[in-house]
Design a protein around this ligand. Structure first.
Ligand code: WTA
Length: 651
């Protein structure tokens, strides 16, 4: 962990955008007093607050205790209680007479469309759950999901949740290698996939990747394949089954088992500072409550909303804000399979117009791309249905924020800049749309029950406008329950730096109004197009190549992606540092991890700058990658000539 001294924020953004009186009049929270009263209760009497809020879930057996924090950092929420997540997302809406209501409005990239009601979705989930149970997959078993953005992906998640199978969704853009690593770490017994998916007019060959991954993942016994694109694929007898055959003989109505509050719901792999991605584990009741409540209060979600979150189900945003949160609220969710620029740059705006989307949630990297593509695309469409906009994934620059507000929101929609992480499970910090006068670039105020603070290394809270470490000081229901199979790593990664608090890995400051400004990661994690990548992972992949001796990967600012990856590579003796090898190494990383990890820039160097103890000085490499003069302390640098030659190389 480096000190955040170097990321002292100088950004002075004073514009303030209060919600319109019309928005406030219909909002879930309408007055500051109402908010303060609930927030005070959530912090001063958390047990009472969470007990009351938990009544928003449908319980099979009521819980006896709100929080058991007797063995930190292992929290247990709502102990003694039993419930079923898929029943909270489906059965209860059907039982309330809303079965006819549209749950999913799906659009494939080629233009095919489907509207699926809550009753339909319930039936599909029951059929798949029945088939999974009949295949001998048992409560607690892990199931990998490697799918395009098609309705069956949502069905697969909910069917696993229904039976208490722990799903691990792997983003369809990851390589066979990454998929195999994740399936092996989770010891998955089954994988649900598709022959392929559409992306920018091309077919992504998912089944082919699965075949390569399965050759290295011996725990997987079943492979269930949705026919999406129809291109020929290999089906291995005894292991592979077409989805339609798999569910064929199963009924669309099946009861669901009662699962304990702390039953694990999913594992999602995310990047950390060292080594391989870690399997973040979330559990049932607390997670669902966090996802659902934030939808209600932050997205101001109501029964009549048409809600669209553009995230892929392979990321946590897709889990909490495309599937579990909005479905638990009974909303109508828009789901789109493909790219925003296919067949042209207007695709998103066309979708918003067609379905009359009211709440839209996307990422700053996407917004920057929209800005670049030009106002004429959104301007060709009627976006008047929108009433609230959201963003997540990285700090949003004020220019992108004001463009989003003006061009997409027509100046009338509040923007919720939501800060959270895979580990936090749900949004931790955001404006309250009906009452907060938002300031572009700030994620504003902590959510109910979240004791967020900016502290120094010793855990002392810092005065306003002083950069420091962002921590959460009290446990919260949707917090991660651990790192799969590695309690030590869980303690090490999150709880040892600033004990006894949860350390987020982010640097931040809090201004005099109490608004939070997240300044980015203080560790070796970069945020490329809203996706977290551990630079270590990319380095390990590079070093695994036969020609590479050593590699250091850092982020540099990128106008579109937020950060871009820059790799410094030293070669083994006798290898030629030419363009051909550069391309080969980039392709190698794509194959090992996936296209998101492909270095944007790769530089060969004779040696890397190191401290006397042999640590690579990434801070210097970051400056070089960004084209900046290094102003920091270089007194421990092993060999000054290394720096000089790296710079010379740049000219
Ligand atoms: C960054 C995504 C500033 C942050 C839900 C965090 C943000 C990491 C914001 C988590 C935001 C996310 N403002 N930074 N609104 N949202 N981040 O796990 O560095 O993919 O720690 O979860 O993204 O990324 P993750």
């Amino acid at each position: 962990m480096s000190t955040p001294g170097g990321i002292e924020s100088t950004l002075q953004e004073l514009r303030s955008f209060p919600p319109s009186p019309e928005f406030t009049a219909q909002a879930v929270i309408r007055t500051q007093a109402e908010f303060d009263q609930l927030y005070q209760q959530s912090i001063n009497e958390p047990e009472t607050f969470w007990r009351n809020q938990a009544s928003n879930l449908t319980w099979i057996k009521p819980f006896s205790r709100v929080l058991d924090w007797s063995n930190p950092p292992f929290a247990r929420w709502f102990t003694g209680g039993e419930l079923n997540i898929s029943s909270n997302c489906l059965d209860r809406h059907v039982a309330a007479g809303n079965g006819h209501k549209t749950a999913l409005l799906w659009e494939g990239e080629p233009g095919d469309r489907l509207a699926i009601s809550y009753a339909d979705l319930h039936a599909q989930v029951c059929r798949l759950a029945g088939a999974l149970a009949a295949a001998g997959i048992r409560t607690g078993d892990r199931v990998a999901i490697y799918m395009p953005m098609i309705p069956e992906a949502v069905v697969a998640m909910l069917a696993c949740a229904r039976l208490g199978l722990v799903h691990t969704v792997v983003f369809g853009g990851f390589s066979a290698e990454s998929l195999a690593d994740r399936m092996n770490d989770a010891k998955a017994v089954a994988v649900i996939t598709a022959d392929g998916g559409y992306r920018r007019g091309k077919i992504v060959e998912l089944k082919k990747n699965v075949d390569a991954a399965l050759a290295k993942a011996p725990s997987v016994r079943h492979c269930i394949v949705v026919k999406r694109t129809g291109q020929p694929v290999d089906m291995k007898a005894g292991r592979d089954t077409w989805y339609s055959d798999f569910i064929d003989s199963f009924s669309g109505d099946a009861p669901c088992p009662a699962l304990q509050s702390e039953h694990p719901l999913f594992i999602l792999y995310t990047s950390g500072t060292t080594g391989k991605p870690k399997g973040v584990v979330h559990s049932t009741a607390g997670y669902l409550l966090g996802a659902m409540l934030t939808c209600k209060y932050i997205f101001d979600l109501k029964n009549e909303d048409i809600y669209w979150c553009t995230a892929d189900i392979g990321w946590v945003t897709g889990h909490s804000y495309m599937v579990y949160g909005p479905l638990a609220c009974g909303a109508t969710v828009v789901m789109y399979e493909g790219a925003p620029n296919h067949p042209d740059f207007g695709r998103f705006w066309e979708i918003i117009e067609r379905y009359k989307v009211t709440v839209f949630y996307t990422a700053p990297t996407a917004i920057r791309a929209f800005v670049k593509w030009g106002d004429e695309y959104p301007n060709q469409h009627n976006l008047k249905s929108l009433r609230l906009l959201g963003t997540v994934g990285e700090p949003i620059n004020p220019e992108a924020w004001t463009w989003y507000h003006r061009v997409i929101g027509g100046g009338r929609c509040p923007i919720v800049d939501t800060w959270w992480q895979t580990e936090t499970g749900s949004i931790m910090c955001s404006p309250m749309p009906g009452i907060t006068a938002a300031t572009p670039g700030s994620c504003a105020i902590p959510f109910f029950g979240i004791d967020l603070a900016v502290v120094d290394r010793q855990g002392n809270e810092l005065p306003p406008n002083t950069g420091g470490y962002l921590v959460i000081r009290k446990p919260w229901p949707s917090m991660l329950r651990g790192v799969y199979g590695d309690d030590e790593r869980f303690r090490q990664q999150y709880w040892r730096d600033i004990p006894p608090f949860y350390f987020t890995g982010d640097g931040a400051r809090r201004d005099e109004k109490g608004f939070f400004w997240v300044m980015g990661r203080v560790d070796d994690v970069v945020n490329v197009a809203g996706h977290r990548l551990g630079t270590m992972e990319v380095e390990s992949a590079l070093v695994a190549h036969a020609s590479v001796a050593e590699a250091a990967v850092v982020g540099r600012p990128d106008e579109l992606k937020g950060q871009a990856l820059c790799a410094f590579v030293t070669l083994k003796a006798g290898r030629t540092p030419d363009e051909k090898l550069k391309d080969e190494l980039k392709a190698w990383v794509t194959r090992e991890i996936g296209a998101i990890a492909r270095p944007d820039e790769l530089r060969f160097t004779e040696s890397l700058p190191k401290t006397r103890s042999g640590k690579i000085m990434r801070r210097l490499l970051r400056d070089i990658a960004a084209g900046k003069e290094s102003v920091g302390d270089t007194s421990t640098l092993e060999d000054y000539s290394v720096l000089a030659s790296l710079r010379a190389d740049q000219e």
